[in-house]
Write a protein that binds this ligand. Structure first.
Ligand code: FAD
Length: 442
């Protein structure tokens, strides 16, 4: 007999994205050609957005994915759309000088209007809503740090952002867990699975060929172009874009090891609750904003687009763990914030890889003639779409000016091959201690 389920897991609990109930990445039975003008490796938002732009500019394009088109982070994420604001937090002035730093921040912020324009132009039905965000401060010190940046964020995005004292928090969040927070208009919500499907459909309508289940295992120069070694034989291409992000390193074959050495793949986890009684979501999420917090071990959560469930995300584990184990940990964290969800069960739990970089910036560029676009720091719905577009403009020679995230020095660390797993438990413990100390200092 199978062991009884933990009472926090609903009967029929599934270890796969809730998003896939409505928009699972479909199977395609397209055959890989042996030649392409541009070959794109990785069929997430970055690869698909690049394919769409290249087709609009008249280039023949093939997108290859080792699994299914849209199968990676692009159909698993929280669906919170923000415009590269994490970039604005990186230590930019010191590393790049004031002027360059400013152009980097502006280039990142431009991802937000770009995704809005893409969704509208292509008519992508993905439950897109300009709902805004509330960021809960984990400690009074975190509140002060946000307050010091709030006007800058408002100026940068051109949309209002304001600090909220704890006494007004319940206007924005049905919880007293945080010490007040920040309310910002420049955030939207969407259904990531529907967006991935819609972007793929737009690229196909424009004439791109999308091929599933082809893993690229190496890329070598051949004549004036490239030869891609794949699990389905060789493909020759005039130009190549690698957009494999958090899935770049794989023992079954890595397209561009140079890129994998510059990315730190981390698992992010999400749970979905069962359907809640009517009215509960509006009590927990007045205004139905996207919510995140300032903890080092970040929580991010939201109502589902149909307003019936809570989707709660975070970094539940820093070591290998099953979906059930991480689900229960996230359930506990969720109940700390919303005690009234104590007896609410979970129907789904899943994970996916995000990619961090050592300088905290997303990058596009060229290595040994091969283009790449990656490193969205866990905030890539808008950014990956934007990086893919900019990489495509560069490949097509259509960019009027240099994109500020293009060709920046892209650091790695000595002996780092792309797998941070041995280090993560230490980082996890350190972050937990720091979060605890910040709260205690309050
Ligand atoms: C759980 C989770 C929650 C998140 N929440 C948010 C959020 O709320 N808001 C936000 O902005 N961002 C969020 N993100 C991040 C966001 O999803 C990503 O930044 C974005 O989807 C990256 O898109 P991509 O196209 O670069 O990569 P992916 O969508 O990861 O696509 C990469 C693809 O490359 C393929 N691939 C890898 N290697 C090969 C190879 N050798 N050959 C062929 N194909 C290969 C993979 O199969 C994969 O499909 C979240 C991510 C996760 C995992």
């Amino acid at each position: 007999m199978p062991p009884p389920l933990d009472p926090r897991l609903a009967p029929g609990f599934k270890a796969r994205p809730w998003w896939w109930e409505e928009a699972e990445p479909p199977d395609r039975d397209n055959v890989m050609p042996d030649r392409a003008a541009v070959a794109i490796v990785g069929g997430g938002y970055a690869g698909l957005s690049a394919a769409l732009t290249l087709r609009r500019l008249g280039h023949q394009v093939v997108v290859l994915d080792a699994e299914r088109i849209g199968w990676g982070a692009s159909s698993r994420n929280g669906g919170m759309v923000s415009g590269g604001l994490k970039v604005a937090g990186a230590d930019l002035d010191r590393n790049h000088g004031r002027e360059r730093a400013q152009s980097i921040v502006e280039a990142a912020a431009a991802s937000f209007p770009f995704i809005e324009e893409t969704i509208a132009r292509e008519g992508i039905a993905c439950d897109y809503v300009r709902c805004g965000r509330y960021v809960g401060a984990w400690s009074p010190g975190h509140w002060d740090a946000m307050a010091a940046r709030v006007d800058f964020l408002a100026r940068l995005t051109g949309l209002p952002a304001e600090m909220v004292p704890k006494s007004r928090q319940r206007e924005f969040l049905g919880s007293d867990l945080y010490c007040g927070g920040m309310k910002a208009a420049a955030t939207s919500s969407l259904h990531p699975g529907k967006y991935a499907r819609g972007l793929a459909a737009a690229a196909e309508r424009a004439g791109a060929l999308l091929v599933d289940e082809v893993r690229v295992q190496g890329i070598a120069r051949e004549g004036s172009g490239f030869r891609l070694a794949t699990t389905r034989g060789a493909l020759r291409a005039d130009a190549v874009l690698v957009a494999t992000n958090g899935y770049s390193l794989d023992r079954r074959g890595t397209a561009l090891p140079w890129l994998a050495r510059r990315l730190v793949p981390l698992n992010s986890y999400i749970i979905a609750t069962e359907e809640l009684p009517p009215g509960m979501i509006d009590r927990l999420f007045p205004g139905r904003r996207m919510i995140s917090d300032t903890k080092r071990i970040l929580n991010y959560f939201r109502p589902s687009p149909d307003g019936r469930r809570v989707l709660w995300g975070g970094r539940a584990s820093f070591r290998a763990a099953t979906a059930e184990e991480t689900a229960l940990r996230l359930h506990d964290t969720m109940v700390e914030c919303f005690p009234e969800l104590k007896h609410v069960r979970l129907t789904h739990a899943w994970t996916g890889f995000v990619a961090f970089t050592f300088d905290g910036l997303p990058h596009i560029g060229v290595q040994d003639g091969v283009h790449y676009a990656a490193g969205c720091q866990g905030s890539g719905v808008a950014m990956a779409t934007w990086l893919g577009h900019n990489a495509a403009m560069k490949i097509a020679g259509a960019a009027n000016e240099r994109f500020a995230l293009d060709g920046l020095s892209f650091p790695t660390r000595p002996f780092y091959e792309g797998n941070p797993n041995w280090l993560l438990p230490f980082i996890g413990s350190w972050y937990r201690i720091r979060d605890h100390m910040d709260r205690m200092a309050a």
